[in-house]
Ligand binder design. Structure first.
Ligand SMILES: [Zn+2]
Length: 139
């Protein structure tokens, strides 16, 4: 299974089997998001956990642990920013978003009808990185 290119059937099977995928990412995975924000080494370990809910919707929980060295906006020295977070998203296959769903499966399908799980994880990590990182006290 290529996590950048999985089919809806594979996606549903991951959820039915309540699988967890373990991924290791580094700074190159975030370059497309961070090209205007100075950063260097990053190491992330990610567990992407699939679940099927009683509503038939799929819950994707992304557990991210790791660090990224990112430039302080005040002093320009690097900060080792630590991320240790879990983010859950509810993916629905129905046409209308339910009250609890945050994503519609059609929103995450590529033109070829595939799902890029790596991209979803990268999007999630990017949201956890501060837009304007700064030291509490610059030295
Ligand atoms: Zn600083």
């Amino acid at each position: 299974m290529n996590i950048k290119n999985i089919t809806i059937d594979e996606f549903n099977r991951l959820a039915e089997e309540r699988q967890t995928l373990n991924l290791r990412l580094n700074e190159s995975n975030l370059d497309q998001y961070l090209n205007n924000q100075p950063h260097k080494s990053a190491q992330f370990e990610v567990d992407l956990q699939f679940d099927t809910l009683s509503t038939g919707d799929i819950r994707l929980t992304t557990h991210v642990i790791g660090t990224i060295a990112i430039e302080c906006v005040r002093c320009s020295k690097y900060i080792d920013f630590i991320i240790d977070e879990s983010v859950a998203e509810i993916v629905t296959s129905k046409d209308t978003l339910g009250q609890k769903a945050s994503l519609c499966i059609s929103d995450i399908l590529s033109d070829h009808g595939k799902i890029d799980l790596l991209r979803l994880v990268e999007d999630t990590i990017y949201l956890l990185i501060p837009m304007h990182p700064r030291h509490e006290i610059c030295l």
